[in-house]
Each structure stands twice: as structure tokens, then as C-alpha cells.
Design a protein. Structure first.
Length: 344
């Protein structure tokens, strides 16, 4: 099955991944997209990273497959609570490389962050560059808690979107996507341009130059979305610090994945870990390959996936579509209470 009108969400039994499922289902419903849920595991390391289901003997593929089905049944029920019918996939093998291949076929991939055994913990650890840098579609990383362990509440609606902006093609693509995203939700858009080497706001010449550049970048957005409220900010200091701060009072933070300085290039070094690990709201990553594939269409709304030839699931090793029954309502209620006690 190939469906570039679908969202893919990764689950592994952690509460972080169930929270990501909730966000993905809510967005899919709003955007009119379908949802596919994937549970990935590899043997024999599967038991070491551990699903939150029952412990399974290392190397027992049958038991691991059964656990994956149980996890998918819970995630499917969470999606159903949002009014979204979801199909389910099981992936065996290295999650990062398989997700990169799967990203050819989807509008968006969503993963959770911070949680015991969380998928993002693996995908953003030793393979930190694999998914954000090499995926063919955008990635959303949904946080579970803040740095102090406080559960993060997710809103049913998105009212404020922040985006990091610079003049590179990567920054321009992130800006364009953020504007389309905000307009789809009828949300405000805050465009943030960081000036790392600026000593203070009294440097009027530097400030004026950055403001002029920002006005030029924003003008096409204002023409494309005349009803969109766009706020502009020039911020002294690091891009990571500015975006992390923005995550506290915005529903989504959008950022490009590679470039020279500024916001672009954030997600290939230690600064990427800073943003993704410390943000308290969902981070929407526009990957390098997505931008490169759509480079000839920078003056248009980007397609998804970005001018990339899809790859049939049968041609991706280790991917199996499996039907699962939805978990019982009391099981889902317990999970949703755990992941977000303040849910409406």
C-alpha cells in the first residue's frame, strides 16, 4: 500500500509513543488524512530496549510479534477515540533505516520523545542523523515530559505556530510549510530570526539589516495567505535557545534540517539534540532530502512526499501489514489518563 495522503506514527509500547499517536490522529482528522501505525522491533536486541508490554525472552520472534500486535491494538484504539480509522504495520529490522524507506510514501511521520524505551530515544540517539536528515517527508517529534518530568498537555487545536527563519533554501522551505500549516489551522504564525553574534538591540544597523531581510522572506507568505496573522521577531542569541523558548508558548515549532548557520543545519549536531530533547511542544522537522527533492519547486506549495518516487511496502524488507483488534475502552482510558491527565 502506498498512500502519500497518510500520516505514519511509530509506536513501541511507551507512553511517549501513545502520546504521539494521539497527536497524529488529531492532526490526521483535522487535515483529512488517513493514519497508519507502525510498531518496529529488531531481534535479538528487542528485549534489551523493551516494549512496555510483558518481558519477552531475547530472540523469541513469535513473542515479540505478539507483543507488537498488542501495542498496535492500543494505539489503534487511541486513534479510534479521535474518530480516525487506522491501519497497522509491523516492522522487523533497524527502525531508523526502515523508517527512512517508509518516509517515501507518507505525508508526515510522527514519533514520541522522552519515555522509557521511546522510539525517538533510539532514532534520535546513535542514529540521530538518520531520520531527521535523511527522511523524504517531514517529521514531527512529540515530547512526553519536560526536563523536570512534568507531563506535557496537548491541545485539540493549534492556535500558535513558530518557525525558525533564515535566507537559505532550507529556511525558506520551512517558512513556507509553517505558513501553510498555520493557515490550515487558522493559527497565528511567529517567524523567528536569530542573530547569534549580535551583542545587543542597540546595534541598529544590524537590526535594520535583519529586519529588511525578514520582510523580504515574509512578503510572499503575506500574499499567499492574506488572512494569516504573521508576527516577526529578531532575537539575539542562539537559534536553539530561541526555538526552545518558543516551544513553551507555541503548539508547534517548525525548523529546517540543514544549511549554513542560522536555524538551518540545526539537526545534524549537538544543537539538534538540544532542541529536540528540551522542547516542550511538538517539533516539526523539514528534512534535507525533502527540500532537495522539491528544490525545483521552491516557488510552489511543496508536495508530500517531495517529488520522491514511492516504494511499495512489498519492496521494503521487514514491513508487514497486520490487522489488529482495538483494545478495550478501559485500557485506552487508562493510557490516555496516564499520558495527559488534563485532556478534554
Amino acid at each position: 500500500m502506498i498512500n502519500d495522503k497518510a500520516i505514519l506514527v511509530g509506536v513501541d509500547g511507551s507512553h511517549a509513543s501513545y502520546k504521539a499517536t494521539w497527536w497524529a490522529a488529531n492532526y490526521a482528522k483535522h487535515a483529512g488524512l488517513t493514519l497508519q501505525i507502525v510498531c518496529a522491533y529488531s531481534l535479538p536486541s528487542y528485549a534489551a530496549v523493551s516494549f512496555d508490554a510483558t518481558y519477552t525472552a531475547m530472540g523469541d520472534d513469535n513473542a515479540a510479534h505478539s507483543d507488537a500486535q498488542e501495542i498496535l491494538s492500543k494505539a489503534k484504539a487511541i486513534a479510534d477515540e479521535q474518530g480516525v480509522e487506522a491501519t497497522t504495520l509491523i516492522v522487523t529490522g533497524d527502525p531508523a533505516s526502515v523508517f527512512v524507506e517508509l518516509s517515501r510514501n507518507y505525508n508526515l511521520i510522527v514519533i514520541g520523545n522522552r519515555g522509557k524505551g521511546g522510539l525517538a530515544e533510539r532514532l534520535l540517539g546513535t542514529t540521530s542523523s538518520s531520520l531527521p536528515a535523511y527522511a523524504y517527508c517531514p517529521i514531527v517529534v512529540v515530547p512526553y515530559t519536560d526536563d523536570d518530568g512534568n507531563l506535557m498537555h496537548l491541545n485539540n487545536t493549534i492556535t500558535r505556530v513558530a518557525v525558525g527563519s533564515d535566507e537559505s533554501k532550507w529556511g525558506l522551505k520551512a517558512l513556507e510549510i509553517a505558513a501553510n500549516f498555520a493557515a490550515a489551522w487558522d493559527a497565528e504564525l511567529d517567524v523567528i530570526s536569530a542573530v547569534p553574534n549580535m551583542k545587543g538591540s542597540d546595534d541598529e544597523g544590524v537590526m535594520a539589516s535583519f529586519k529588511d531581510d525578514l520582510e523580504v522572506r515574509i512578503k510572499p507568505l503575506e500574499e499567499a495567505h492574506p488572512d494569516l496573522k504573521i508576527n516577526k521577531q529578531i532575537v539575539p542569541g542562539s537559534a536553539v535557545g530561541a526555538l526552545t523558548k518558543a516551544s513553551y508558548d507555541h503548539d508547534v515549532v517548525v525548523v529546517g534540517s540543514r544549511g549554513r548557520g542560522g536555524f538551518t543545519g540545526l539537526l545534524l549536531g549537538s544543537t539538534s539534540q538540544g532542541l529536540l530533547q528540551h522542547a516542550v511542544g511538538p517539533v516539526y522537522v523539514v528534512p534535507r532530502k525533502y527540500v532537495e527533492a522539491a528544490e525545483t519547486r521552491l516557488d510552489t506549495v511543496p508536495s508530500s512526499p517531495a517529488e520522491v518516487k514511492p516504494k511499495a511496502l512489498d519492496d521494503i524488507k521487514g514491513v508487514e501489514e497486520v490487522p489488529v483488534a482495538k483494545a478495550e475502552p478501559d485500557v485506552v482510558e487508562a493510557i490516555e489518563t496516564k499520558i495527559d491527565p488534563d485532556r478534554q
